[in-house]
Design a protein around this ligand. Sequence first.
Ligand SMILES: [Zn+2]
Length: 63
Amino acid sequence: MLDKIKDAFSSKQLICTVCGREIEEGERFNATITMPSEKAMLVGRLDYTIARTANNVMCERCQ
Ligand SMILES: [Zn+2]
């Protein structure tokens, strides 16, 4: 439980780069991601890894 809270605070939220709104659960979004090298390959929660890697993220409304 404590780890989950820590994770939520230390990790970047997945935010739309157009309107700045946070991507919500169940929402479809588009993200442009540069394929990282084998060494830099990100592992972890999908939303956090996308938030860290994506060049841009577009929410449902901005598409
Ligand atoms: Zn948006």
